[in-house]
Design a protein around this ligand. Sequence first.
Ligand code: FCB
Length: 485
Amino acid sequence: MPGVAWRWFNARHWNRFQFDLHDPPVPDRRLAMPPSIPALQIPADAPIARPEFLYGVATASYQIEGAIHEDERLPSIWDSFSATPGKVLNGDTGDGACDHYHRWESDVDLIANLSVDGYRLSIAWPRVMDERGRPNARGLDFYKRLLARLKLKGLQTFVTLYHWDLPQHLQDRGGWLNRETAYRFADFADLMSRELTGSVDAWATLNEPWCSAFLGHGNGHHAPGLSSLRYGTQSMHHLLLAHGLALPALRANDPASKKGIVANVGAFTPATDSAADIDAAHLGHTQHNHWVLDPLFKGRYPADLFRLWPGTEPLVLDGDMATIAQPIDFLGINYYFRTMVRADGKGAFVEAPPADVERTQMGWEVYPQGLRDLLISFKARYANLAPIYITENGMASDDRVVDGAVADPQRIRFLERHLLAVNEAMAAGVDVRGYFAWSLMDNFEWAFGYERRFGIVHVDYATQVRTPKHSAHALKAFLQARRTR
Ligand code: FCB
């Protein structure tokens, strides 16, 4: 039948379309993948196909654990924020989430089954320390058991200390606006690295300080929901200081592990080639990327940040910038989309969204070349840039289970195209060591609650049934084929 043959041709050569069960079977049974699923098209000789390039999946504590009242866990700022009407879509909260706190064993098996090399998780600070800084043994045991099982399965463990769930009692004393919080964070890092030494391959101090500072304190979209640019810059300074203060403890307690930090970066391009719009894109980069990376790799804040936001200079004490700019073993990069901008005529920039571009359920533009260009630009800007792991990349779609399967062809193409962008950056000389898909499974997507599904595994929140999406099958098939080469 010509129709079938045509679709089969597409399946073999283009892999862009969805197929029904009547398609001919894929001859290579090693893939163990239903024939209707598009494969990741990655050349076997690409740097990202080498065995030493690490593949993983990522999650964060508040987004998956649930069990927010269990084992003396203390409230976090996200409990308070999500309980405030109007802050999170549909009034969703992290209570329940993926119930990972109880299902961690089978979740580790699920991860191992994907044939990935590593797993990136975060520790809930309010689970493991009480208000006086004393360890909570039951909370600690959860992470000890989890990490032990991950190691048993041969997985590399990337542990983020702070993925936004600040204990509420610290927020009650000013949170990241209070310099003291940076010292409390160093105590937390000290405790964790003493307790978990040997079971962590890589420690990241903070996840995305830009989001904590800007979304949490600058525009109020995230917990704790404050909105002042002055608060944004001061909280950023204390977050970065916390990172720097934590490093010596991590090094002393767990010398064999890598230490780094995770930054979210965004691509900014000008709407026209006018000088004003080009400057607008530069200000976008400054505000989103250089605000975080310049202190880490140049030991100073970018001057143009204060051209954009006059009068918001943070209070910086002697020695702070040297503390922040200590060498690190890796930089985690999270990348999702590009923002096209134009000058607003008042010294700032505004979004100028392009028409007719591919977008995701979040409305974010799919723009893989932005990742390549950013990586190359960071190598040029920072002589001492650390080796990079892509610690998050992925997309949300309105995925549904149909006959026991979840077809997510857009995500497969998304992952493939971003991996190829990383490959191009590596070919241009950027030292990228690995890639983590965001996310292992659908989870609590912050201000968007459970509606936005970023997982490569689908979660039915009513039953907690996990269903690997087609993208999970495609990733697994690629990784298994890589192993047999
Ligand atoms: C990042 C967060 C992560 C997830 C993705 C979609 O900013 O680090 O927790 O929500 O966005």
